[in-house]
Write a protein that binds this ligand. Structure first.
Ligand code: GLA
Length: 393
């Protein structure tokens, strides 16, 4: 029997005995500007990446769930069943897919058969490029398709966030799941996190690259100051609400904020609110610049965003500061800033193609000299949303 016949026979066997494996992909994201604005009811401007999480799913005839990752820390098969889906620390990364399943079960969706899922991701873990949101969205799309649940993609996005908030315990906003679930090739998404209205903005970046610089200082937002920042922002909002009829910091213009900021008595909370308000306005301005092709101003706004995250919101770290500040000195770099939650992870830079090599040389060398760590550089390709890929038998 030749090779082709063997494969055809195996495919037929799997088809007849219902061993069809469904294959899905969900991207990571890079946020160009609009950081820590999502849970403050402001705007964000992320894009989906061409790398992310790949998942293969096969249904079972019983109620068992078996999950395995080819690249994440836990090397074994994580087993549970449909009647005992709960958070356990030792389930490690599998808490993300199980969280999504749990949210679906709570909402009454009928998942009545067990399944096996194999995960493989090419987002560096801890790089702040939303590997967890991509696992959540890959799972959500996989379960939605396999069990014919007909859930609209935007609801899958919300379920991913709910899994992360309530099951995993990380109080994130909607940006990462939204970018992974709703991304569009060669476009960034301007998302109003207050209303979830969004617009795709084409990235007409002729001769300019989006470069992601991974500090390799791993961040873990569950244990970082992320939840503290949320609390501080909420306190600032409450103080403003004593006089202003607002529901979120994102509703304020810079003038309104400056006029009323002294209602926030705690100086730290006032700085947090300042960042949220200014960053939201910067994001709107940056998007307008991009539409007009004014990438120079877009870059300057990215730099201002970094400074605000460093000094007012205090979510940067020495490693990300070295990367951004060194990048600013390289001719041909239009802008550079930390991206994502912060406290480690990655920076993003807008760089003339002719200057990319210089950026990598200069930032690479200085970074290692100053921190002893090695940075990794990727030219970002902007890809599509979480989706089903071709079937595998
Ligand atoms: C993390 C969160 C997002 C967002 C960013 C900061 O990535 O998951 O919801 O808050 O940090 O902009």
């Amino acid at each position: 029997m030749n090779q082709m016949n063997q494969i055809a026979l195996r495919n037929k066997f799997n088809e007849v005995f219902k061993k069809t494996k469904l294959y899905f992909f969900a991207p990571g994201r890079v946020n160009l500007i609009g950081e820590h604005t999502d849970y403050n009811g402001g705007h964000v401007f992320p894009c989906a990446l061409s790398f992310g999480t790949h998942v293969v799913l096969c249904k079972r005839d019983d109620r068992k769930i078996r999950l395995h990752s080819l690249n994440l820390a836990h090397q074994g098969i994580i087993e549970t069943d449909l009647d005992h889906v709960a958070f356990h620390r030792e389930q490690d990364w599998a808490n993300y897919p199980l969280g999504v399943l749990h949210v679906m079960q709570n909402r009454g969706y009928n998942i009545d058969q067990g399944f096996e899922m194999l995960f493989w991701g090419n987002i560096p873990a801890g790089a702040g490029l939303s590997s967890s949101a991509s696992i959540e969205l890959a799972t959500a799309v996989a379960l939605n398709t396999a069990f014919q649940l007909n859930i609209p993609q935007i609801e899958l996005v919300k379920m991913g966030q709910e899994a992360e908030n309530k099951f995993v315990g990380m109080n994130c906003g909607i940006m990462d799941q939204f970018a992974s679930g709703m991304g569009k090739e060669d476009h960034a998404i301007l998302l109003d996190c207050n209303t979830l209205q969004y617009e795709y903005v084409p990235l007409n970046l002729k001769g300019i690259s989006i470069v992601i610089i991974n500090s390799n200082k791993k961040h873990s937002l569950v244990n970082s100051g992320y939840n503290d920042r949320r609390r501080e922002s909420e306190n600032a909002l409450k103080a403003l609400q004593t006089k202003l009829p607002i529901k979120a910091l994102g509703e304020l213009s810079i003038e309104e904020f400056e006029k009323h900021k002294d209602l926030i008595k705690d100086p730290i909370e006032q700085k947090r609110a300042k960042h949220a308000v200014y960053e939201n306005q910067r994001t709107l301005q940056a998007t307008e610049c991009l539409r007009k092709g004014d990438v120079e101003t877009f870059g300057k706004l990215m730099n201002q965003s970094h400074i605000s995250l460093r000094d007012d919101y205090e979510v940067s770290c020495p490693e990300l500061d070295v990367i951004a500040e060194t990048a600013w000195t390289v001719p041909g770099v239009l802008g550079a800033r930390m991206t994502g939650g912060g406290f480690g992870g990655s920076a993003v830079a807008l760089v003339k193609d002719s200057a990319v090599k210089q950026l990598i040389d200069t930032v690479g060398k200085t970074y290692t000299q100053k921190t002893g760590l090695k940075a990794d550089f990727y030219i970002a390709k902007i890809g599509g949303p979480a989706r089903q890929m071709e079937k595998i038998y």
